[in-house]
Design a protein around this ligand. Structure first.
Ligand code: FAD
Length: 507
C-alpha cells in the first residue's frame, strides 16, 4: 500500500484526522504495529488534545478514571479523576516519548474528502489559518475527529434572551477574562459539565445555583484508588500497576453495569443513599437528585469526594429543579412562577453533534449522506472504502475503544497487504437482505441530548450486532480481535493508483 512519486509530495499511506486522544492513540498504534507505513495527523486547532484543549471552563476534568481513560500502553500514575491539564500533560508525554509531533500538521482544517475507485485513493482538501489551501492523497482515512462540533456548544433558544442584561456563557467557549467575584451565577444543566463547574466556582462567586429541568444520578466517591496506592507502596513498577489497576477497574465497571441492568432499583437506592449521606435527611433528594430514568441510561456522573454535594450542604451552592419559562432582564422566570436573579448565566446545555467532522465526503463524485449508510460495528460504513471512524464508549472510557480499533486497523492494513488489496469496504451480506434497519442508537438504552437532536444525520444500524455500535467494551474486546477479515461482509478491491503521488516528508 505505498504511494508512487509525484512532485507535490502530498501522499500518505494513512491519514489520521484529529489530534485528540483518539488521533494520538491511532498514531501510536501506527508506529507500533505498522512501522513500515507512513502516517500523518491533520488537526484543525493549533495544538493537540481535542476535547481537553477546547474545554477551558473552571474545574474541567474527566469523569472516567484515568486507569481506563488512559491508553493501555502508557501508565497513569496519579489520582484516577484527572484535570484537563493533567490529561493534556499525559498526551504531551505520549507525543514526545514517541516523537509523534513529526507527524502532526496543526492549523489544517479538512474541508472535503473524495474517494476515487479508479485509483483506490482518498483526496483530502485542507485550508490553514491563513486561508491557504492544500490537498493530500491517502490510502486510508482514520477518522478521529470526535463526535461534536468544537466551534460552538449547544444553547437552546429561550424566550426573552435578548432582554437579559447579564452575561450568558457556554462552558465550551469560556471567556478567559470571566470575572466571577461577587457575582450571582446560575448554571443551567444537570450533566457532568454542570456538576464540575458548580463546585469549582462555588468559593469564588457570591452564590452559584444549579438550575436543572430534571435530575441526574451522581456517584460521589473518593478520588483515589486504594489498590494503586497499595501497589505503589510495595514498589511495583508503574507498568504493572497500570495493568493490574486497569483490569480491576474494568472488572468493577462491568459489575456496575450488570447491576444497573439487573437490579436498577437496588442501584438507584444505593446512589440515593450516598447523596443522602452528604446532603442530610432534610434535603429533598426525591425532587433534586432522583432521575426518572434508570441508572446508566445516561452516563452516571462521578463527583470526586462528593464535591457538588459538599457545596450544596455548605450553602455556597444550591439546586433548583424547575423549567425555564423565559429570560427576564434580571435572570430567569421559572414555570413555577419564581424568578431567579443572576449576573451571569452559564448554559451547560451540551453539544452540537458533528458527524465525521461535518466534512463533505464524496465517493466517485457522488456526495455521501451518512444516513444512507449502515454502520459496521460502529466503526466502518457500508460502501465507504478505506475509512474507519473512532467512536468510543458511553458507559466505559472512550479510549478503551481507541486501543481496540488501533489493533483492528493495523490488522486490516496488514491483511490487505498480504492479499494485495488496495481497497476494502463493508457491504451487507445476502443473509442481511431483509434485516430491519434502525436509527444509530436505541434511545431506550441510551439517550444523550446531542445524539437525539442529531440522530437524522447519523449512519444507521441493522438489527444484527455486527451492524451496530453495541457500546459493549467487554463484548468487543473478545469479538474485535476475532473478526474474520475474509468474512463475506468485507469486499476487497485491487485497483492501483494511476495518478502520481509522492510521500509527505516527516522531519
Ligand atoms: C467536557 C468533556 C468531558 C469528557 N469526559 C470524558 C470522560 O471522563 N471519559 C470519557 O470516556 N469521555 C469523556 N468525554 C468524551 C470525550 O470527548 C472523549 O472521551 C474523547 O476525549 C474524544 O476524543 P477524540 O480524540 O475522539 O475527539 P475530540 O477530543 O473531539 O478531538 C477531535 C479532534 O479532531 C479535530 N477535528 C475535527 N474536525 C476536524 C477537521 N475537519 N479537520 C481537522 N481536524 C478536525 C478537532 O479539532 C479535535 O482536536 C468528555 C467530553 C467532554 C466534552
Amino acid at each position: 500500500m505505498s504511494g508512487k512519486q509525484n512532485a507535490k509530495g502530498n501522499h500518505i499511506d494513512v491519514l489520521i484526522v484529529g489530534a485528540g486522544i483518539s488521533g494520538i492513540g491511532a498514531a501510536w498504534h501506527m508506529q507500533d504495529q505498522c512501522p513500515d507505513k507512513s502516517y500523518l495527523i491533520l488537526e484543525k486547532m493549533d495544538s493537540f488534545g481535542g476535547t481537553w484543549l477546547t474545554h477551558k471552563y473552571p474545574g474541567i476534568r474527566s469523569d472516567s478514571d484515568l486507569y481506563t481513560f488512559g491508553y493501555r500502553f502508557k501508565p497513569w500514575t496519579s489520582a484516577p479523576i484527572a484535570s484537563g491539564e493533567e490529561i493534556l500533560k499525559y498526551m504531551g508525554e505520549v507525543i514526545e516519548e514517541n516523537r509523534i509531533d513529526r507527524h502532526i500538521r496543526y492549523g489544517q482544517t479538512i474541508t472535503h474528502a473524495s474517494w476515487s475507485s479508479e485509483d483506490s485513493l482518498w483526496t483530502v482538501d485542507t485550508v490553514n489559518d491563513h486561508g491557504e489551501k492544500q490537498n493530500y492523497t491517502a490510502n486510508f482515512l482514520w477518522m478521529c475527529q470526535g463526535y461534536y462540533s468544537h466551534d460552538k456548544g449547544y444553547t437552546p433558544e429561550w424566550d426573552g434572551m435578548s432582554d437579559y442584561r447579564g452575561q450568558i456563557i457556554h462552558p465550551q467557549t469560556w471567556p478567559e477574562d470571566t470575572n466571577l467575584k461577587d457575582k450571582r451565577v446560575l448554571v443551567i444543566g444537570s450533566g457532568a459539565t454542570a456538576a464540575t463547574l458548580v463546585p469549582a466556582i462555588a468559593g469564588e462567586c457570591e452564590h452559584v445555583a444549579l438550575l436543572q429541568r430534571s435530575p441526574t444520578y451522581f456517584w460521589p466517591a473518593q478520588n483515589a484508588n486504594e489498590l494503586a496506592d497499595t501497589l505503589r507502596e510495595i514498589e511495583l513498577d508503574e507498568e504493572l500497576i497500570h495493568s493490574i489497576v486497569r483490569k480491576k477497574a474494568l472488572f468493577d465497571q462491568q459489575d456496575l453495569i450488570r447491576r444497573c441492568k439487573e437490579e436498577p432499583e437496588v442501584m438507584k437506592e444505593e446512589l440515593l443513599a450516598l447523596a443522602r449521606e452528604y446532603l442530610g435527611p432534610d434535603f429533598d433528594i426525591e425532587k433534586h437528585f432522583t432521575p426518572k430514568y434508570r441508572p446508566w441510561q445516561q452516563r452516571v456522573a462521578f463527583i470526586p469526594d462528593g464535591d457538588l454535594f459538599q457545596g450544596i450542604a455548605a450553602g455556597s451552592a444550591s439546586v433548583v429543579t424547575d423549567e425555564i419559562d423565559r429570560f427576564t432582564e434580571k435572570g430567569i422566570l421559572l414555570k413555577s412562577g419564581d424568578e431567579l436573579e443572576a449576573d451571569i448565566v452559564i448554559t451547560a446545555t451540551g453539544f452540537n453533534l458533528s458527524v465525521l467532522g461535518d466534512i463533505p465526503f464524496a465517493i466517485d463524485g457522488d456526495p455521501v449522506n451518512w444516513a444512507d449508510t449502515i454502520t459496521y460495528r460502529g466503526m466502518m460504513f457500508t460502501d465507504i472504502p478505506n475509512l474507519l471512524w473512532v467512536f468510543g464508549y458511553f458507559r466505559a472510557s472512550w479510549t478503551l475503544r481507541v486501543d481496540l480499533l488501533g489493533d483492528f486497523v493495523c490488522r486490516l492494513l496488514k491483511h490487505m497487504d498480504v492479499k494485495g488489496a488496495k481497497s476494502v469496504k463493508v457491504s451487507l451480506r445476502p443473509e442481511d437482505k431483509d434485516m430491519e434497519i434502525e436509527q444509530w442508537i436505541d434511545t431506550e438504552d441510551f439517550n444523550p441530548g446531542y445524539l437525539q437532536r442529531g440522530m437524522a444525520k447519523m449512519p444507521r444500524k441493522g438489527a444484527k450486532p455486527i451492524w451496530q455500535h453495541t457500546q459493549d467494551y467487554w463484548r468487543e474486546r473478545e469479538e474485535l480481535p476475532a473478526i474474520d477479515l475474509d468474512g463475506p461482509e468485507f469486499v476487497y478491491g485491487s485497483a492501483e493508483a494511476k495518478i502520481e503521488t509522492s510521500k509527505v516528508e516527516v522531519a
